[in-house]
Design a protein around this ligand. Structure first.
Ligand SMILES: NC(=O)c1ccc[n+]([C@@H]2O[C@H](COP(=O)([O-])OP(=O)(O)OC[C@H]3O[C@@H](n4cnc5c(N)ncnc54)[C@H](OP(=O)(O)O)[C@@H]3O)[C@@H](O)[C@H]2O)c1
Length: 288
């Protein structure tokens, strides 16, 4: 499988996202704890060297599973986390964007993952302005704290997530981004300007929801008629076609598909071997 540099380290283009490991709604224990541990071990066995996580997945659960399954970590494994939110008891995702909260988020990740330094940390920006005035923190102040954490050696690189093109530009200038994590898939390409900007600058672009989204009511790549037709022709699964399309789309795309099932993990990693022809790509792009 090809590699791309992430915070100065080469990683395979298909990694793993840990958000599907906790229970429903990314809260509480997994549906099947043994399988969650098995997914992580199998991922590394099959060459995954880039795992995306967050303290707020569970909360705590995803990181505890990663530690249980993989610590002591293999040489070369890049653990990437994110800060900027916490969880409330109802499963909500309140903002935690104040500099001291970003710092506490990084410290929590270091402790739960059992590492002295994180491979990269994404500053996860809000979906909507917070009702809480204490959470309207200027981007410059948030980036300043992330840079301080990098200078202290707690994180190897600063990334940004859920960011507009303007915010990405600011972050490149003030923090020297090592990755951008935004929503992007074959069925949701609105973030193309950010993807292109990252491609030009050689910054890894790590799409979340690469298959659409597991959250209810959002379109799924695996339901798309063109994806299903191409998958049938290639004797592949629809998920594999959606992932292979992302890999073919831009060289700087690093994938972190999430799954709680070993069978899906194996399928997703095998997407790295699927080659889409010009005809396949044209058929997948038609009408979008
Ligand atoms: N920065 C952010 O704001 C943000 C937001 C969301 C996610 N993320 C990160 O991005 C990662 C990727 O997102 P995600 O993939 O978890 O998003 P997702 O779309 O929410 O989850 C993937 C969904 O696809 C299913 N799936 C996975 N592989 C499949 C396959 N081969 N065939 C059929 N269904 C399959 C999973 O179910 P099964 O468990 O049944 O396989 C799950 O329902 C996350 O794990 C997380 O690390 C970041």
């Amino acid at each position: 499988m090809d590699t791309y540099l992430l915070a100065g380290r080469p990683v395979h283009r298909i990694g793993f996202g840990a958000m599907q490991l906790p229970g429903p709604g990314v809260m509480g224990p997994p549906r099947d704890r043994d399988e969650a541990v098995a997914v992580l071990r199998r991922a590394v066995e099959l060459g995954v060297d880039h795992i995306d996580t967050a303290q707020y997945y569970g909360p705590d659960i995803a990181n505890e599973l990663i530690h249980e399954a993989l610590h002591p970590y293999p040489e070369g494994l890049v653990l990437v986390s994110k800060v900027g939110a916490v969880r409330d008891e109802k499963g909500g995702w309140p903002a935690a964007q104040r500099p001291e909260q970003l710092r506490a988020g990084v410290e929590d990740n270091l402790r739960s993952l059992g590492v002295e330094r994180l491979g990269a940390v994404n500053l996860r920006l809000l979906d909507h302005p917070s009702d809480d005035p204490a959470q309207s923190v200027p981007l410059e102040d948030q980036l300043g704290e992330m840079v301080a954490l990098r200078e202290e050696g707690k994180i190897a690189g600063v990334g940004i997530s859920n960011a507009s093109l303007e915010q990405v530009e600011t972050a490149i200038e003030l923090a020297g981004l090592v990755c951008v994590q935004n929503a992007f898939s074959l069925v949701d390409q609105h973030d193309t300007p950010v993807l292109d900007r990252c491609a030009d600058a050689g910054i890894p672009y790590v799409p979340f929801f690469p298959l659409g989204s597991a959250f209810p009511g959002m379109p799924k790549v695996t339901d798309d008629p063109a994806v299903r037709t191409v998958a049938e022709r290639l004797d592949a699964t629809a998920a594999q076609v959606g992932l292979a399309w992302l890999l073919a789309h831009r060289d700087n795309v690093l994938l972190i598909p999430g799954t709680s099932r070993v069978a899906h993990l194996e399928q997703n990693l095998a997407a790295g071997d699927l080659r889409l022809s010009e005809e396949d790509l044209a058929e997948l792009s038609a009408g979008r």
